[in-house]
Design a protein around this ligand. Structure first.
Ligand SMILES: [Zn+2]
Length: 387
Protein backbone atom coordinates (compact mmCIF):
# COMPACT_ATOMS: atom_id res chain seq x y z
CA UNK A 1 0.00 0.00 0.00
CA UNK A 2 1.26 3.39 -0.92
CA UNK A 3 0.17 6.51 0.82
CA UNK A 4 -0.15 9.50 -1.38
CA UNK A 5 -1.03 13.00 -0.49
CA UNK A 6 -4.44 13.77 -1.86
CA UNK A 7 -6.72 16.75 -1.83
CA UNK A 8 -4.10 19.17 -0.52
CA UNK A 9 -6.65 21.99 -0.39
CA UNK A 10 -8.51 22.99 2.76
CA UNK A 11 -11.70 20.93 3.01
CA UNK A 12 -14.98 22.80 2.94
CA UNK A 13 -18.22 21.89 4.60
CA UNK A 14 -20.69 20.31 2.21
CA UNK A 15 -24.09 21.96 2.82
CA UNK A 16 -25.98 19.14 1.18
CA UNK A 17 -24.20 16.53 3.30
CA UNK A 18 -25.07 18.56 6.42
CA UNK A 19 -28.71 18.47 5.37
CA UNK A 20 -28.43 14.67 5.10
CA UNK A 21 -26.57 14.52 8.41
CA UNK A 22 -29.42 16.28 10.19
CA UNK A 23 -31.96 13.96 8.61
CA UNK A 24 -29.88 10.89 9.51
CA UNK A 25 -29.53 12.08 13.11
CA UNK A 26 -33.26 12.75 13.36
CA UNK A 27 -34.12 9.22 12.23
CA UNK A 28 -31.57 7.68 14.59
CA UNK A 29 -32.96 9.70 17.50
CA UNK A 30 -36.42 8.30 16.78
CA UNK A 31 -35.08 4.76 16.50
CA UNK A 32 -33.32 5.16 19.82
CA UNK A 33 -36.56 6.28 21.40
CA UNK A 34 -38.45 3.36 19.86
CA UNK A 35 -35.94 0.82 21.16
CA UNK A 36 -36.09 2.40 24.60
CA UNK A 37 -39.88 2.10 24.60
CA UNK A 38 -39.70 -1.54 23.45
CA UNK A 39 -37.21 -2.31 26.24
CA UNK A 40 -39.42 -0.63 28.84
CA UNK A 41 -42.56 -2.43 27.65
CA UNK A 42 -40.77 -5.80 27.55
CA UNK A 43 -39.46 -5.53 31.08
CA UNK A 44 -42.77 -4.19 32.39
CA UNK A 45 -44.52 -7.12 30.73
CA UNK A 46 -42.17 -9.71 32.26
CA UNK A 47 -42.38 -8.21 35.75
CA UNK A 48 -46.07 -7.26 35.59
CA UNK A 49 -47.42 -10.61 34.39
CA UNK A 50 -45.30 -12.71 36.71
CA UNK A 51 -43.52 -14.25 33.74
CA UNK A 52 -40.26 -13.92 35.70
CA UNK A 53 -41.44 -16.41 38.36
CA UNK A 54 -43.34 -18.60 35.94
CA UNK A 55 -40.21 -19.16 33.87
CA UNK A 56 -38.19 -20.05 36.96
CA UNK A 57 -40.84 -22.61 37.95
CA UNK A 58 -40.73 -24.11 34.45
CA UNK A 59 -36.97 -24.56 34.84
CA UNK A 60 -37.35 -26.31 38.18
CA UNK A 61 -35.65 -29.46 36.88
CA UNK A 62 -32.43 -27.54 36.28
CA UNK A 63 -31.80 -26.61 39.90
CA UNK A 64 -28.43 -28.35 40.20
CA UNK A 65 -26.37 -26.63 42.93
CA UNK A 66 -22.59 -27.08 43.00
CA UNK A 67 -22.63 -24.60 45.90
CA UNK A 68 -25.64 -24.13 48.16
CA UNK A 69 -27.84 -21.45 46.58
CA UNK A 70 -26.06 -21.26 43.22
CA UNK A 71 -28.04 -22.68 40.28
CA UNK A 72 -25.66 -22.22 37.34
CA UNK A 73 -27.60 -24.26 34.77
CA UNK A 74 -30.97 -22.76 35.66
CA UNK A 75 -29.49 -19.24 35.56
CA UNK A 76 -27.84 -19.97 32.20
CA UNK A 77 -30.99 -21.32 30.53
CA UNK A 78 -33.18 -18.60 32.07
CA UNK A 79 -30.82 -15.91 30.80
CA UNK A 80 -30.56 -17.42 27.31
CA UNK A 81 -34.35 -17.71 26.92
CA UNK A 82 -34.90 -14.09 27.97
CA UNK A 83 -32.08 -12.59 25.94
CA UNK A 84 -32.79 -14.59 22.78
CA UNK A 85 -36.50 -13.76 22.95
CA UNK A 86 -35.59 -10.10 23.26
CA UNK A 87 -33.14 -10.28 20.36
CA UNK A 88 -35.85 -11.88 18.26
CA UNK A 89 -38.45 -9.24 19.14
CA UNK A 90 -36.03 -6.41 18.37
CA UNK A 91 -34.47 -8.01 15.27
CA UNK A 92 -36.54 -5.99 12.74
CA UNK A 93 -35.37 -2.82 14.46
CA UNK A 94 -31.76 -4.04 14.52
CA UNK A 95 -31.98 -4.88 10.82
CA UNK A 96 -33.44 -1.50 9.95
CA UNK A 97 -31.06 0.64 12.01
CA UNK A 98 -27.96 -1.49 11.39
CA UNK A 99 -28.39 -2.38 7.74
CA UNK A 100 -31.17 -0.56 5.89
CA UNK A 101 -30.61 2.93 7.22
CA UNK A 102 -26.80 3.17 6.76
CA UNK A 103 -27.27 1.87 3.22
CA UNK A 104 -29.94 4.44 2.51
CA UNK A 105 -27.49 7.17 3.51
CA UNK A 106 -24.59 5.60 1.64
CA UNK A 107 -22.61 4.91 4.79
CA UNK A 108 -22.52 1.12 4.65
CA UNK A 109 -20.73 -0.91 2.02
CA UNK A 110 -21.63 -4.31 3.49
CA UNK A 111 -23.58 -7.08 1.87
CA UNK A 112 -26.44 -8.50 3.89
CA UNK A 113 -24.45 -11.71 4.37
CA UNK A 114 -21.37 -9.90 5.68
CA UNK A 115 -23.55 -7.79 7.96
CA UNK A 116 -25.24 -10.88 9.38
CA UNK A 117 -21.89 -12.59 9.95
CA UNK A 118 -20.66 -9.57 11.93
CA UNK A 119 -23.95 -9.37 13.80
CA UNK A 120 -23.76 -12.99 14.93
CA UNK A 121 -20.08 -12.72 15.82
CA UNK A 122 -20.89 -9.70 17.97
CA UNK A 123 -23.90 -11.35 19.58
CA UNK A 124 -21.90 -14.51 20.28
CA UNK A 125 -19.09 -12.58 21.92
CA UNK A 126 -21.36 -10.48 24.09
CA UNK A 127 -23.38 -13.56 25.09
CA UNK A 128 -20.20 -15.28 26.29
CA UNK A 129 -19.14 -12.22 28.30
CA UNK A 130 -22.61 -11.67 29.75
CA UNK A 131 -22.97 -15.31 30.78
CA UNK A 132 -19.60 -15.12 32.58
CA UNK A 133 -20.59 -11.96 34.46
CA UNK A 134 -24.04 -13.29 35.41
CA UNK A 135 -22.72 -16.63 36.65
CA UNK A 136 -20.09 -14.78 38.63
CA UNK A 137 -22.71 -12.50 40.18
CA UNK A 138 -24.97 -15.37 41.25
CA UNK A 139 -22.10 -17.55 42.46
CA UNK A 140 -20.81 -14.77 44.67
CA UNK A 141 -24.34 -13.87 45.79
CA UNK A 142 -24.60 -17.44 47.07
CA UNK A 143 -21.16 -17.46 48.69
CA UNK A 144 -20.87 -13.86 49.97
CA UNK A 145 -24.36 -12.35 50.18
CA UNK A 146 -23.10 -9.16 51.84
CA UNK A 147 -19.89 -8.38 49.95
CA UNK A 148 -20.57 -9.97 46.51
CA UNK A 149 -20.92 -6.55 44.83
CA UNK A 150 -17.42 -5.52 45.86
CA UNK A 151 -15.89 -8.79 44.69
CA UNK A 152 -17.79 -8.75 41.41
CA UNK A 153 -16.69 -5.13 40.82
CA UNK A 154 -13.03 -5.92 41.50
CA UNK A 155 -13.02 -9.06 39.34
CA UNK A 156 -14.68 -7.12 36.51
CA UNK A 157 -12.06 -4.38 36.84
CA UNK A 158 -9.29 -6.95 36.63
CA UNK A 159 -10.98 -8.58 33.66
CA UNK A 160 -11.49 -5.30 31.81
CA UNK A 161 -7.75 -4.56 32.09
CA UNK A 162 -6.98 -7.98 30.61
CA UNK A 163 -9.57 -7.42 27.87
CA UNK A 164 -8.22 -3.98 27.01
CA UNK A 165 -4.85 -5.63 26.59
CA UNK A 166 -6.07 -8.60 24.56
CA UNK A 167 -8.77 -6.91 22.46
CA UNK A 168 -6.43 -5.56 19.74
CA UNK A 169 -5.00 -9.02 19.10
CA UNK A 170 -7.97 -11.22 20.02
CA UNK A 171 -11.27 -9.40 19.44
CA UNK A 172 -10.88 -6.62 16.86
CA UNK A 173 -9.17 -8.86 14.27
CA UNK A 174 -12.40 -10.90 14.23
CA UNK A 175 -14.04 -7.89 12.59
CA UNK A 176 -11.26 -5.95 10.85
CA UNK A 177 -8.02 -6.66 9.11
CA UNK A 178 -5.01 -4.74 10.44
CA UNK A 179 -1.80 -4.07 8.57
CA UNK A 180 1.20 -2.13 9.87
CA UNK A 181 1.50 1.30 8.31
CA UNK A 182 4.30 1.12 5.73
CA UNK A 183 7.49 3.11 6.11
CA UNK A 184 7.05 6.55 4.70
CA UNK A 185 6.45 10.18 5.44
CA UNK A 186 3.48 9.54 7.73
CA UNK A 187 5.25 6.97 9.86
CA UNK A 188 8.29 9.21 10.16
CA UNK A 189 6.17 12.19 11.17
CA UNK A 190 4.41 10.13 13.79
CA UNK A 191 7.66 8.83 15.23
CA UNK A 192 8.87 12.41 15.42
CA UNK A 193 5.67 13.42 17.25
CA UNK A 194 6.09 10.54 19.69
CA UNK A 195 9.71 11.43 20.26
CA UNK A 196 8.78 15.01 21.10
CA UNK A 197 6.20 13.67 23.55
CA UNK A 198 8.93 11.50 25.13
CA UNK A 199 6.84 8.43 24.56
CA UNK A 200 7.02 5.35 22.44
CA UNK A 201 4.36 4.12 20.08
CA UNK A 202 4.31 0.36 19.81
CA UNK A 203 2.86 0.47 16.36
CA UNK A 204 0.64 2.23 13.88
CA UNK A 205 -1.82 0.09 11.97
CA UNK A 206 -4.13 0.62 9.09
CA UNK A 207 -7.56 -0.86 9.70
CA UNK A 208 -9.50 -2.08 6.68
CA UNK A 209 -12.87 -0.38 7.15
CA UNK A 210 -13.68 0.26 3.50
CA UNK A 211 -15.35 -3.13 3.00
CA UNK A 212 -17.83 -2.22 5.73
CA UNK A 213 -18.30 1.51 5.70
CA UNK A 214 -17.58 4.75 3.87
CA UNK A 215 -17.00 6.51 7.22
CA UNK A 216 -13.53 7.26 8.60
CA UNK A 217 -12.14 6.72 12.07
CA UNK A 218 -8.95 6.46 14.07
CA UNK A 219 -8.30 5.21 17.58
CA UNK A 220 -5.84 4.36 20.30
CA UNK A 221 -6.17 0.71 21.26
CA UNK A 222 -4.69 -1.72 23.70
CA UNK A 223 -2.70 -1.57 26.90
CA UNK A 224 0.93 -2.35 27.61
CA UNK A 225 2.52 -4.50 24.92
CA UNK A 226 -0.55 -4.32 22.64
CA UNK A 227 -1.09 -0.56 22.63
CA UNK A 228 -1.22 0.91 19.17
CA UNK A 229 -2.62 3.69 17.07
CA UNK A 230 -5.10 2.50 14.49
CA UNK A 231 -6.30 4.46 11.49
CA UNK A 232 -9.01 3.52 9.02
CA UNK A 233 -8.07 2.97 5.37
CA UNK A 234 -11.08 5.18 4.65
CA UNK A 235 -9.08 8.03 6.14
CA UNK A 236 -5.65 7.14 4.81
CA UNK A 237 -6.77 7.29 1.20
CA UNK A 238 -8.49 10.67 1.20
CA UNK A 239 -6.91 12.93 3.83
CA UNK A 240 -3.78 14.99 3.38
CA UNK A 241 -0.64 14.01 5.25
CA UNK A 242 -1.01 17.10 7.43
CA UNK A 243 -4.55 16.15 8.31
CA UNK A 244 -3.63 12.57 9.17
CA UNK A 245 -0.74 13.84 11.26
CA UNK A 246 -3.16 15.92 13.35
CA UNK A 247 -5.46 12.92 13.78
CA UNK A 248 -2.50 10.77 14.84
CA UNK A 249 -1.42 13.51 17.25
CA UNK A 250 -4.89 13.41 18.78
CA UNK A 251 -4.57 9.64 19.32
CA UNK A 252 -1.07 10.11 20.70
CA UNK A 253 -2.62 12.63 23.11
CA UNK A 254 -4.88 9.87 24.44
CA UNK A 255 -1.79 7.78 25.04
CA UNK A 256 0.19 10.59 26.72
CA UNK A 257 -2.81 11.33 28.97
CA UNK A 258 -3.27 7.60 29.82
CA UNK A 259 -6.90 7.90 28.77
CA UNK A 260 -7.58 4.19 28.41
CA UNK A 261 -6.65 3.77 32.07
CA UNK A 262 -8.83 6.73 33.02
CA UNK A 263 -11.79 5.22 31.19
CA UNK A 264 -11.27 1.78 32.75
CA UNK A 265 -11.04 3.24 36.25
CA UNK A 266 -14.02 5.58 35.86
CA UNK A 267 -16.06 2.73 34.39
CA UNK A 268 -15.08 0.54 37.34
CA UNK A 269 -16.16 3.21 39.84
CA UNK A 270 -19.55 3.55 38.15
CA UNK A 271 -19.98 -0.24 37.97
CA UNK A 272 -19.13 -0.60 41.65
CA UNK A 273 -21.68 2.09 42.52
CA UNK A 274 -24.32 0.32 40.42
CA UNK A 275 -23.59 -3.06 41.96
CA UNK A 276 -23.80 -1.58 45.46
CA UNK A 277 -27.22 -0.09 44.70
CA UNK A 278 -28.31 -3.45 43.24
CA UNK A 279 -27.14 -5.09 46.47
CA UNK A 280 -29.24 -2.77 48.63
CA UNK A 281 -32.36 -3.11 46.50
CA UNK A 282 -32.02 -6.88 46.19
CA UNK A 283 -31.68 -7.39 49.95
CA UNK A 284 -34.69 -5.16 50.52
CA UNK A 285 -36.77 -7.00 47.91
CA UNK A 286 -35.91 -10.44 49.28
CA UNK A 287 -35.67 -9.84 53.02
CA UNK A 288 -38.32 -7.15 53.58
CA UNK A 289 -40.68 -7.54 50.62
CA UNK A 290 -40.26 -11.33 50.21
CA UNK A 291 -40.61 -10.74 46.46
CA UNK A 292 -38.28 -13.65 45.57
CA UNK A 293 -37.41 -17.04 47.02
CA UNK A 294 -33.81 -16.03 47.71
CA UNK A 295 -31.11 -13.57 46.67
CA UNK A 296 -29.96 -16.11 44.08
CA UNK A 297 -33.43 -16.86 42.71
CA UNK A 298 -33.18 -17.03 38.90
CA UNK A 299 -36.38 -14.96 38.77
CA UNK A 300 -34.36 -11.95 39.96
CA UNK A 301 -32.65 -11.78 36.53
CA UNK A 302 -35.28 -9.50 34.89
CA UNK A 303 -34.99 -7.25 37.92
CA UNK A 304 -31.22 -7.09 37.33
CA UNK A 305 -31.86 -6.17 33.69
CA UNK A 306 -34.24 -3.40 34.75
CA UNK A 307 -31.75 -2.06 37.27
CA UNK A 308 -28.87 -2.24 34.77
CA UNK A 309 -30.93 -0.44 32.12
CA UNK A 310 -32.10 2.35 34.39
CA UNK A 311 -28.65 2.74 35.91
CA UNK A 312 -26.91 2.95 32.53
CA UNK A 313 -29.43 5.54 31.34
CA UNK A 314 -28.68 7.64 34.40
CA UNK A 315 -24.89 7.35 34.24
CA UNK A 316 -24.60 7.61 30.43
CA UNK A 317 -24.52 11.43 30.46
CA UNK A 318 -21.87 11.33 33.21
CA UNK A 319 -19.69 8.92 31.23
CA UNK A 320 -20.19 10.90 28.03
CA UNK A 321 -19.39 14.22 29.69
CA UNK A 322 -16.16 12.73 31.00
CA UNK A 323 -15.38 11.26 27.57
CA UNK A 324 -15.95 14.64 25.87
CA UNK A 325 -13.53 16.23 28.34
CA UNK A 326 -10.89 13.61 27.52
CA UNK A 327 -11.48 14.17 23.78
CA UNK A 328 -11.21 17.92 24.20
CA UNK A 329 -7.86 17.45 25.92
CA UNK A 330 -6.63 15.15 23.14
CA UNK A 331 -7.65 17.83 20.61
CA UNK A 332 -5.77 20.43 22.63
CA UNK A 333 -2.74 18.15 22.66
CA UNK A 334 -2.95 17.66 18.89
CA UNK A 335 -3.14 21.43 18.35
CA UNK A 336 -0.24 22.10 20.73
CA UNK A 337 2.07 19.49 19.32
CA UNK A 338 1.41 20.06 15.60
CA UNK A 339 0.65 23.80 15.82
CA UNK A 340 -1.41 23.21 12.71
CA UNK A 341 -4.93 24.39 13.46
CA UNK A 342 -5.85 24.71 9.81
CA UNK A 343 -5.06 21.03 9.13
CA UNK A 344 -7.05 20.16 12.26
CA UNK A 345 -10.04 22.12 11.00
CA UNK A 346 -9.73 20.63 7.56
CA UNK A 347 -9.64 17.09 8.98
CA UNK A 348 -12.70 17.78 11.15
CA UNK A 349 -14.58 19.22 8.18
CA UNK A 350 -13.73 16.18 6.08
CA UNK A 351 -14.97 13.95 8.91
CA UNK A 352 -18.27 15.83 9.09
CA UNK A 353 -18.77 15.47 5.33
CA UNK A 354 -17.69 11.86 5.16
CA UNK A 355 -19.34 10.45 8.31
CA UNK A 356 -22.53 12.51 8.05
CA UNK A 357 -21.78 14.07 11.42
CA UNK A 358 -23.98 16.95 12.46
CA UNK A 359 -21.96 20.11 12.92
CA UNK A 360 -24.26 21.46 15.57
CA UNK A 361 -26.48 18.81 17.18
CA UNK A 362 -29.12 19.90 19.67
CA UNK A 363 -27.32 20.72 22.95
CA UNK A 364 -29.42 18.34 25.02
CA UNK A 365 -28.72 15.51 22.56
CA UNK A 366 -25.03 16.29 22.61
CA UNK A 367 -25.02 16.31 26.41
CA UNK A 368 -26.81 12.95 26.67
CA UNK A 369 -25.34 10.88 23.85
CA UNK A 370 -22.15 12.39 22.40
CA UNK A 371 -18.86 10.87 23.55
CA UNK A 372 -16.92 13.38 21.44
CA UNK A 373 -17.52 17.12 21.30
CA UNK A 374 -19.59 18.02 18.22
CA UNK A 375 -17.57 18.90 15.11
CA UNK A 376 -18.79 22.50 15.48
CA UNK A 377 -17.26 22.69 18.97
CA UNK A 378 -14.02 21.11 17.78
CA UNK A 379 -13.73 23.63 14.95
CA UNK A 380 -14.34 26.43 17.44
CA UNK A 381 -11.65 24.97 19.67
CA UNK A 382 -9.17 25.22 16.79
CA UNK A 383 -10.26 28.81 16.11
CA UNK A 384 -9.67 29.71 19.75
CA UNK A 385 -6.28 28.04 19.59
CA UNK A 386 -5.32 30.14 16.57
CA UNK A 387 -6.44 33.45 18.04
ZN1 LIG B 1 -10.14 10.75 20.67
Amino acid sequence: MEIETKQPQQAELDAERQQQARQYARIRRRLMLVSLVIAAISIAFVLGTGLDKWLRNQLHALSWQPVAGWFPVQILVYFLILILAYQLITSPLAYYSGFVLPHRFGLSTMTLRAWLVDLFKGLGLSLILEVCVIELIYALLALQPQTWWLEVGLIMLFFSVIMANLAPVLIFPLFYKFTPLPEGELTERLLALAQRAHTKVRGVFSMKMSDKTTAANAALMGLGNTRRIVIGDTMLDRYTTDEIEVVLAHELGHHVHADIWKLIISQAVLTLGGLYIANLVLHWLVETQHAYLALTDAATLPFFFLLTGVFSLIVMPIGNTYSRLIEYQADEYALQVTRNASAFKSAMTRLANQNLAELEPSPIFEFLFYDHPSIGKRLKHADEFMS
